[in-house]
Design a protein. Sequence first.
Length: 648
Amino acid sequence: MTDKQVYPVTPEVAKHALINKDQYQAMYKQSIENPDQFWAEHGKRVDWIKPFTKVKNTTYDYNALSIKWFEDGELNASVNCLDRHLESRGDQTAIIFEGDDPSDSRNVSYRELHDQVCKFANVLKSQGVKKGDVVTIYMPMIVETAVVMLACTRVGAIHSVVFGGFSPEALGSRVVNGKSNIVITADEGLRAGRKIPLKKNVDAALKNDDRHTVKTVIVVTRTGGDVAWTEGRDQRYEDLMTNASADCKPEPMNAEDPLFMLYTSGSTGEPKGVLHTTGGYLVYASMTHQYIFDYHDGDVYWCTADFGWVTGHSYILYGPLVNGATTLLFEGVPNYPDSSRMGQVVDKHQVNILYTAPTAIRALMAQGESCMDGTNRSSLRILGSVGEPINPEAWKWYHRVIGNGECPIVDTWWQTETGGILISPLPGATDLKPGSATVPFFGVQPALVDAEGTLLEGEAEGNLVIMDSWPGQMRTIYGDHERFIQTYFSAYKGMYFTGDGARRDADGDYWITGRVDDVLNVSGHRLGTAEVESAMVSHPKVAEAAVVGYPHDIKGQGIYVYVTLMQGEEPTDELKKELVQWVRKEIGPIASPDVIQWATGLPKTRSGKIMRRILRKIAANEYDQLGDTSTLADPSVVDDLINSRQSK
Ligand code: 6R9
C-alpha cells in the first residue's frame, strides 16, 4: 500500500533547499557504498586540532563489537561551538533566551558566550575538575546551563545532565552511578510561574549519598529564593565567576574521548548512562541539524526541548552552535501565561525553524485554533517533530494552523542512543506523508526483522534495526559495556536493535509504530515500566505492581498501574492518591500514574512472568483481543480484572 495522502516538496521549498531529490539519492548512495570517502569529506565540517587519518572503524560482530569514528583525530567541542565563530560572527546572537515570564528575554552573542564558557571552565579547574571527570548538571533552562555544559567540554570533563523534573532519589542514583563528585544547580527553576526547588532537591539527593563523595555544589542564582547552605561544599556561581579569567586553553580531546553521558530508561533495571564521544557525535549532530532543518546562515532556530533530554543536547546546543546558528532557549512552557505563547515567541523573535513534540501540538490543538489568534507566524519556514509518533491529525493541524499550510514538517525519528536523527524527510528532497518519518539520513541503513531476526523485504512491518554504524552512535553504557552489548546487539546478531517497531510502505517510507519493549513514551518522555513498578512496590502497602501504557489523547501514552495490596490493606481512593504522590517523589512528576486499578491478582505464566500483553489490552478497553490466555497459571485472574475495570 502506498499511503495516499502526500504533501509533495513545493517549488518554493525546493528553490531554497540545500538538498534536492537527486542530490539526496546521490549522496545517500555514496554514504552507503563508500562510507569512508563520504565521512572523510563530511568529517571536515568540524575543526580538528589534529586532523584524522582514519574514518570508520566499526563492527557489529557480536563477539568483537567495536565502534570508532575518526579515531586518530583530536578536537575540542567548545572550540567548535564558539572559538571558530569569533572572527566571522563574534557579535552574532548565539543564544536568544526567552524566560518563563514573557518580559524576560535577552540575546547572548558568540563572543559573550565564549567569555562565559572560558570563565566557568577556569572555575571548574579551580575546583579540581579534570579531563574525564563526570560533572552532574541539575539546572533549569537558562543560559548558564549552556555555559556549564560547554565549559565541561572545554576542560574535557564529561557532563551528565539530569532533567530538572526528576526527584532527589532519581538525581541521587545518577550522581552515584556516574561517580560524580561535583553538582551544578540553581537555587530554583521557574516554570509556568511556579518555582522548582532545585537546590533543595540536590540537598535531599546528597543526603542519601552515603559515600559522601560530592565535595562541591555550585549554585546559580535564578530566583534569589532562600536556600539552605552547606558551608565548605556549596558555592555561588556568581562569586566564582567574578574573579575567573576569560582565557582558557581548550583541552585537546581524542575523537573517541567521552563528550557526555545522559541517562535514559530501558525495559529493565536502572536507567542507563548512554555515553557519547566527541568527534563522530559533533559531526553527526551538526550535519543533521543543517540538512534536516535546511538551516541557512542567519536563520533563527527554536527547539522547545529541555537540556535534560538528548534533543536538548544535540539540537538546542551542539548541532546549532557548531553550525554558527542562533538558537532560542526557552525557559517556560507552551501554555503559559496562556496558550498563545508558542505563536507569540515565534513572532517576537521571528523564528524560522520550529522543532517541537507531538504532545505539545496535541495540547494546543485541544485548545482550538484560537490559541494562535493574534500571531501570524509568517517567519516560519520549517517545522519539526520529535519524541513519539505524530498522529496524522496532529500533523495536519501543525501544518495548517501553526505553519499556515506553508511549512514542510520534518518528522524526525531518533533516540538518546543514536546521538542524532536517523530517519526524517529532508525539506527539499522528500515528499511528506502525515505520520511517516519517511527516509534514512545519509549513512543510515534501517531494516525490518521479524521476531526470529529474518530480514523482511519490501512492504512490511516488523522490528526496526540498523545494519551498520553511523558517527553519532552511542559507544557504551557508562560503567557497563556488557549491558551495552546485551541491550542493543544481542537480540539480532550483527544489527543494532532500536526497541521500536515500524512499517515500511510500498514507496519504502518508514512509519514508526512505537516501542516493542517495556518502555513507555509519556509526553515524549521515556520511562521504563520496571522503574515505575519498582517505585510502586517500595511503598509499604504494595505487594505487587504491573505497569503498562495505554492510549492517551494528549500524552500519547498514559501510565496505567495494576496494584495488588499487602494482605489486610484497604483499597481506598485516598491510598490511590498516596501512591501517585509516592511515585512522584520516587521518580518525578513525569512518572505520575494516570490510572491505578486494584488487582487481587495479576495474569502470570506458570513460570511467574507477568503477561503485560493482556494488561495492555485491558487498560485499552480491548477485551475482545486478549489472545490466548490458556497458558496463564490462573486464567480467572483476567475475568476479575475485566470485571473490576468495568465496574469503575
Ligand atoms: C529523540 C528522542 C526515543 C524513542 C524512540 C521512539 C520514540 C522519537 C520519534 C519517535 C516516532 C518519531 N520516538 N522520535 N517515535 N516518531 N519521530 O526522543 O529520544 O528520549 O531516547 O526516545 O522515542 O520510540 O525509540 P529518546
